[in-house]
Write a protein that binds this ligand. Structure first.
Ligand code: TGC
Ligand code: FAD
Length: 407
């Protein structure tokens, strides 16, 4: 695609140089997207450039979440882009949701996490499983960022195997009494509400909305993360919390409740990871053209070109994977196993790209002058949360063999 890039004397023209950095759309995937997708994509890209890029290194270094961005995220429609407008969403399709996540994660995985959790793990379960009264009570305020939510599934002793959870509810007249603890919960210390999954007296997994002021509920922060440092993570602790029965999702029973929400969020992560990879590639490509060693740009060395060529090849394959996944999702035909394949492939791809990009930057690659080390550290979390790399492999394995490696 860059065959006409050389000037008369074989040097790279300024225009060709600029063209090289247009979102790295090597296979003209823009042509496969609708106008509404491109408008949403460009609006979020601009917002990220203006609001996220100038501050993100500082927040990541401090280990602090830029909570002031919640409002802006709401304004650009990042919370529940594919949920109906009357329930606080954006009324767009799944592909639009995907490109929005891609652009947010180009900024930072933690910023994409803020939106993933609010839209896919808090608004989506309330939209799908709560009573009409609960939907009306919570969804518009979540969509506008007036309320912040979190999602509690993982426990200290039950991560990959959430079915083993011990957090439980007991019937007590007009309320349930909730006891237990959740671990590694994105946004929990700043959340107004938590969507919590707990077992009832029959051992069935139930979902419910717990409000931060309910006596017996606390959400201490987890400190010491070297990854996703601009995202706040905490626990959820429940000590005889009285949860009114109207806060408990009336119909849904079993693990398919929370797992259906994970499908929604994993889909967004598969797109998001492409954004993080693009940002690393972009930085590495620029650096390789500017940085000179042995009297010429390091981009002129074959080993650097190998790295860059492999990076853009893998990014392009990942773009095509999520583009097709988006089509399937828009028809309601994306299976959980297809989503697992895309989440696993694309996050791993992004991590590999980040590592290669870090090498191209040499020593500068470990500093906060460039975004690659931050992306690389973030992606270690992304590889693990929403189902680890190996859990998604086993989901694919189960899908293709029909044999369940988990039982
Ligand atoms: P299993 O018996 O296979 O399934 C139980 C029921 O659930 C159904 N199901 C799904 N439904 C919708 N979407 C999915 N992805 C589904 N996966 C399974 C399944 O059909 C069954 O339905 P039914 O009607 O027969 O009852 O369950 P299992 O206990 O054997 O577990 C399987 C396994 C290991 C794949 C599952 O537990 C799993 O995915 N584990 C990984 C846990 C995980 O991903 N945790 C994520 C926590 S949240 C998080 O990380 C948020 S990070 C947020 C951020 O900051 O961005
Ligand atoms: P474990 O399940 O203990 O796994 C440890 C290792 O064992 C992994 O490599 C895993 O792949 C491997 N393993 C486990 N079982 C098998 C098996 N059957 N076969 C082969 N290998 C196996 N959770 C939430 O509920 N809400 C959130 O908002 C949330 N946010 C998070 C934010 C951050 C920053 C992090 C780090 C995690 C977050 N999580 C959240 C939790 C996340 O989903 C879990 O960390 C993840 O599911 C893995 O669980 P675990 O850490 O307990 O690891």
């Amino acid at each position: 695609m860059h065959s006409n890039d050389n000037g008369a004397n074989g040097t790279i023209t300024k225009k060709a140089k600029d063209d090289r950095f247009q979102g790295h759309d090597y296979y003209n995937i823009d042509e496969l997207l609708g106008d509404d997708h491109l408008i949403a994509r460009d609006a979020v890209r601009t917002w990220v450039k203006q609001e996220v890029s100038p501050i993100i290194e500082e927040y990541a270094e401090k280990g602090e979440c830029p909570t002031h961005l919640f409002k802006g995220l709401a304004e650009i429609g990042a919370f529940g882009p594919s949920l109906p407008v009357e329930y606080g969403g954006g009324g767009m399709d799944e592909t639009a949701y995907g490109v929005i996540m891609q652009e947010l994660e180009r900024g930072d995985s933690g910023i994409r996490s803020m939106a993933s959790v609010q839209g896919s793990l808090v608004m989506y379960p309330i939209f799908r499983y709560a009573s009409e009264a609960q939907k009306r009570k919570y969804l518009p305020k979540l969509g506008s960022g007036e309320l912040i939510g979190c999602f509690g599934l993982t426990e200290p002793d039950h991560g990959s195997n959430p079915g083993g959870m011990v957090t439980n509810i007991k019937d007590d007249g007009d309320a349930y009494i909730l006891n237990g603890a959740k671990m590694w919960i994105t946004n929990s210390p700043v959340a107004d509400i938590a969507v919590v999954w707990a077992k009832d007296e029959e051992g069935k997994v139930r979902g419910m909305v717990v409000e931060k002021d309910m006596p017996g509920f606390s959400a201490p922060e987890i400190h010491g993360k070297w990854s996703l440092r601009a995202s706040i993570t905490g626990e959820l602790v429940f000590e005889d919390v009285r949860v009114p029965k109207e806060n408990v999702f009336p119909e849904i029973r079993g693990l398919k409740g929370p797992l259906s929400c994970l499908s929604k969020a994993r889909y967004g992560i598969a797109w998001g990871a492409v954004g993080a990879a693009m940002d690393c590639y972009d930085s590495a490509l620029r650096y390789s053209l500017e940085r000179e060693q042995f009297g010429k740009p390091i981009g002129g060395f074959q080993l650097t070109q190998k790295k860059l060529a492999e990076m853009i090849t893998e990014i392009t394959k990942a773009q095509l994977l999520v583009w097709r996944l988006g089509q399937l999702a828009d028809k309601g035909k994306a299976s959980p196993a297809q989503i697992s394949m895309a989440k696993r492939n694309n996050v791993n791809m992004a991590l590999e790209v980040a590592r290669e990009a870090r090498q191209i930057h040499g020593g500068m690659g470990i500093t906060n002058e460039y975004p690659v080390m931050r992306h690389m550290m973030n992606l270690e979390t992304v590889l693990t949360y929403e189902g680890t790399h190996d859990i998604h492999l086993l989901i694919t394995g189960m899908d293709v063999t029909g044999l369940n490696a988990f039982k």
